[in-house]
Ligand binder design. Structure first.
Ligand code: 6PG
Length: 250
């Protein structure tokens, strides 16, 4: 892994396994503390490799899972059994393979009516996470929010042109612009209140959007993945050689 740039921090991994190993080692280190650590996971396909890597490595038994609580940055409004369920995928690939207490998993309940799932998500965050007040609004404080990015610059289920960066809500309803699939998502300000935000982008397919966002091209203006950053800690990018291949030379 090389650190390509410090602000925002850009790490370029030479393989998916190298990125997965880095995250696994960080989870192991975090799990060795005495405090509960709240980590929000991205959906989509990017994290699948990380889940599978950890499940089939020594990390599965070395990580002290009782100190880690996992949340999701967004969820499709489908049953956990559905192939598109972000929680269902993480359960299938990782959490069903390790000794993590059920109470340490905080899925968004995609099987419920979207409005109910959104309210329940908000309530669970307010009941279980440390809270802080930012600009007069109560926000949850995640220790680490891990996000993916779409080729249109969306992140979580916060899509360009329909993301309210000032909302007082911490959980919001959204609809995929192409499929109109209902989603429940962390809001932009809720993500920004996290102590640390890490965007994962792998493969040739993310080359263009990564270049637009990280070369500060004018077209990055207003894209959620370009404006959503931690306000109190680091915001970083975990890339591979392919997704980083459009970055300007340092
Ligand atoms: C989701 C996501 C979404 C995802 C990006 C990247 O539920 O789909 O959370 O924001 O992270 O669309 O998706 P891929 O990892 O599949 O490229």
């Amino acid at each position: 892994m090389i650190t390509y740039r410090e602000d925002p921090k850009i790490c370029i991994f030479d393989s998916n396994d190298a990125m997965a190993e880095s995250i696994a080692q960080q989870w192991l280190n975090l799990s060795r503390g005495t405090e509960i650590v709240n980590i929000s996971l991205s959906g989509g396909s990017t994290p699948k490799h990380i889940f599978g890597f950890i499940a089939h490595s020594d990390y599965a038994s070395q990580i002290n899972w009782k100190h880690l609580h996992f949340w999701w940055g967004d969820e499709r409004c489908v049953s956990p059994k559905h192939e598109q369920s972000n929680y269902g995928e993480a359960m299938r690939l990782l959490f069903s393979q390790v000794l993590i207490p059920a109470d340490n998993l905080h899925p968004i309940h995609g099987e419920l009516l979207p409005e109910k799932a959104c309210i329940d998500f908000k309530d669970e965050m307010e009941a279980c996470l440390p809270l802080c007040t930012v600009s007069g609004k109560v926000r949850p404080i995640y220790d680490w929010v891990i996000l993916g990015i779409g080729e249109d610059g969306h992140t979580a289920s916060l899509f360009p042109g329909c993301t309210d960066s000032e909302t007082s809500q911490n959980a919001v309803l959204a609809y995929h612009p192409d499929t109109q699939q209902a989603r429940v998502s962390l809001s932009a300000p809720a993500i920004c209140a996290a102590k640390r935000v890490t965007y994962l982008a792998l493969g040739e397919g993310k080359k263009q959007i990564v270049a637009v966002l990280l070369n500060n091209e004018p077209s990055s203006e207003g894209l959620p993945a370009g404006s959503i950053k931690s306000i109190q800690g680091p915001t970083e990018w975990y890339l591979d050689v392919q997704s980083a291949s459009g970055l300007n030379e340092q």
